[in-house]
Design a protein around this ligand. Structure first.
Ligand SMILES: C[S@@+](CC[C@H](N)C(=O)[O-])C[C@H]1O[C@@H](n2cnc3c(N)ncnc32)[C@H](O)[C@@H]1O
Length: 339
C-alpha cells in the first residue's frame, strides 16, 4: 500500500511535479494516477466491462462501500467520508464549485486547454463519439433522424469543441451550457455562422453561462443531452438532481450520452480542480438513483496509455426496448471459438 502511495505521488496530475510520463504540469484531468490504491477485493469486481445494454436495478439509495483516493494519495473508505469533507456544509459546497470553475477560468480557451494538454486526442475522441452517435440515432429515430428536426444540449461545452466537430452536423439546433464565460465566448465565436461549414439549418442557438448544478432545461426541448468530461465536477447529490431535472428536458424517446473518464475501481478525487473520477460501479449506482437505464455503452480506444479509460454511456429514462437492433443475428451453425 505504502509503495502504491509513493507511486501515486508521481502522478502527472500534480502540478509542478515533472516526471518522465508527463513533464507538462498543465496536463491534467485526463491523466490517470499510475496506480490506484483501492480495496483489492473491490478492484477485482469493479473492472471496467465494455459490454452493452445493462438493465438497471430498482431505484434504491444504498450506501456505497467503494474506497477511493485523492490526488495526494489520501485514502477514503467510502464516498460519504470524502463528500462529508469536501461538501459537508454549505460553505464547503460553495468552495467546491467555485474552486472547480476557478480552475478552468485559468485555462486557455483552446482545444489544447480544454483537453488538459492532450489536444491530439480530439480526433480519436470525435471519431469514436461519432460512431456511437450514429448507432444510437439509427436505433432511436426513423431514418436515423435525417428527416427530423433534432435538438441537442452540449453540457460543460467548454469552447464548443464537441458541438463544432460533431453535434452541429447531426442536430439542427444545439444549445451550449458552460459556466466559464471566456470558454463560452470562444464557443460563440467558433460556432458563429462565418466560422461554420454546415448549412444554415444547423446552428448553435442558446449559450447558457451556468453550471450544471444550477441548470434546468426547458421541458421537452432536447432529443439528446450530451455530457462530456464535466460530470466529475458534480457532487453525488447534485449529479442526481441534475439528471432528474434534465430528464424533463428530453423529448419523449430522447436520451443522454455521458462520456467520462473511468476509475478502474473506486474513485479518484482531484484536489486541484475539484473533480471526481468515478468507477463503472459508482456510475451504475448513481444512474439507479437517477432512475436512468444504460441502453448502450462503448469504450474509447486509441488514447495514450497514461490516461484514464474513457467510456460512453447512452442513458434512457425508460427500460430499453430493443426494436430494430442493428446487431447481426448469430447463426447457430456459424463456426465459433470453443471456450
Ligand atoms: C475537460 S473540459 C471539457 C469541455 C468539453 N466538454 C469538451 O469535451 O471539449 C471540462 C469542462 O467542464 C466545465 N465545468 C466545470 N465545472 C462545471 C460545472 N459545475 N457544470 C458544468 N460544467 C462545468 C469546465 O468549465 C470545462 O469547460
Amino acid at each position: 500500500m505504502k509503495e502504491k502511495h509513493c507511486r501515486l505521488g508521481l502522478s502527472p496530475r500534480r502540478p509542478g511535479n515533472k516526471n518522465i510520463l508527463n513533464p507538462n504540469p498543465q496536463k491534467h484531468m485526463f491523466a490517470a494516477p499510475i496506480n490506484l490504491c483501492v480495496n483489492p477485493l473491490l478492484a477485482a469486481t469493479h473492472q471496467a466491462n465494455g459490454s452493452s445494454s445493462v438493465r438497471a436495478r430498482p431505484n434504491t439509495k444504498t450506501q456505497m462501500e467503494i474506497s477511493g483516493l485523492d490526488s495526494n494519495g489520501r485514502q477514503f473508505k467510502n464516498p460519504d467520508e470524502m463528500w462529508q469533507e469536501e461538501v459537508g456544509d454549505s460553505q464547503k459546497k460553495h468552495d467546491w464549485y467555485s474552486n472547480g470553475v476557478g480552475y478552468w477560468q485559468g485555462v486557455e480557451a483552446s482545444v489544447e486547454g480544454v483537453l488538459g494538454g492532450y489536444g491530439h486526442v480530439n480526433e480519436p475522441d470525435i471519431s469514436t463519439s461519432e460512431a456511437f452517435l450514429n448507432t444510437l440515432l439509427a436505433r432511436f429515430f426513423p431514418d436515423a433522424g435525417r428527416n427530423q428536426h433534432l435538438v441537442a444540449l452540449d453540457c460543460g461545452s467548454g469552447i464548443g469543441r464537441v458541438t463544432k466537430n460533431l453535434l452541429i452536423r447531426y442536430f439542427n439546433e444545439v444549445d451550449l451550457l458552460e459556466p466559464v464565460s471566456h470558454f463560452l465566448e470562444a464557443a460563440r465565436e467558433n460556432l458563429s455562422p462565418e466560422n461554420m461549414m454546415v448549412s444554415g439549418d444547423h446552428k448553435a442557438v442558446n449559450f447558457y453561462c451556468t453550471p450544471l448544478q444550477e441548470f434546468t432545461p426547458d421541458a421537452g426541448r432536447y432529443d439528446v443531452i450530451w455530457i462530456q468530461w464535466c460530470i466529475g465536477h458534480l457532487a453525488d447529490d447534485d449529479f442526481v438532481s441534475f439528471f432528474e431535472r434534465a430528464k424533463a428536458g428530453l423529448k419523449p424517446g430522447g436520451f443522454f450520452v455521458l462520456k467520462e473518464n473511468l476509475a478502474r475501481s473506486g474513485f479518484v478525487l482531484d484536489n486541484e480542480d475539484k473533480s471526481l473520477t468515478r468507477s463503472h460501479v459508482y456510475f451504475k449506482e448513481l444512474f439507479n438513483r437517477c432512475g436512468l437505464h444504460i441502453y448502450e455503452m462503448k469504450d474509447q480506444k486509441g488514447f495514450p496509455d497514461e490516461l484514464f479509460p474513457v467510456r460512453m454511456y447512452a442513458l434512457t429514462t425508460e427500460i430499453p426496448k430493443r426494436v430494430g437492433t442493428s446487431r447481426p443475428k448469430r447463426k447457430s451453425n456459424r463456426p465459433a471459438v470453443i471456450k
